[in-house]
Design a protein around this ligand. Sequence first.
Ligand code: BEZ
Length: 208
Amino acid sequence: MTLRIGDIAPDFTAETTTGLITFHDWIGDDWAFFFSHPADFTPVCTTEMGRTSQLAEQFAQRGVKPIGLSTDTVKEHVKWIEDVNDTQNTDLRFPIVADADLTIAKQYDMIHPSESETAAVRSVFIIDPDKKIRLTMTYPMSVGRNFDEILRVIDALQTGDTHKIATPADWVPGQDVIIPPSVNDADAKSSFPQGFETIRPYLRTVKL
Ligand code: BEZ
């Protein structure tokens, strides 16, 4: 199934390392960072799980709950988490979904058969409290994800929702943002009384 930005994230009930969850109920009023990895007891995945765990406070500050998935069992996940904690110097507490029969991985198009018929690629879904998919990313098995970028895009999405703005290339919090072309100058003046810069009629920037 191809899932696109704006789609409702498919709901599911699954065993995880923190017990049985129903995905939408588990997300509740928070955001979710739902990410798949190819397999337990593999090196790149170990570093990604460690990094996610180390960033627990950063995710919590943004109201985002991390949740992993691979096509392994809870028993395997639990044993592997000991290694993750040992080698990455962390205390992993977020759930990892056990999807040994590939049901959820297929539902979320995490299986790319030219890579593997049974293991997931590195998919990312950022899901908002309305359960809407706000971002998708797909990385190959051999490349670990950039967690600064994951936090940055969450910041950009949440800032955009709050202020009805867009963000330029490489934006990080604190930098000027963009007034979308759908907002006319009169509305921009009332929304941004601090003033804005018009570089081109379609390119207007503002400090928040
Ligand atoms: C890894 O996590 O290191 C990995 C897993 C599957 C394929 C390649 C690398």
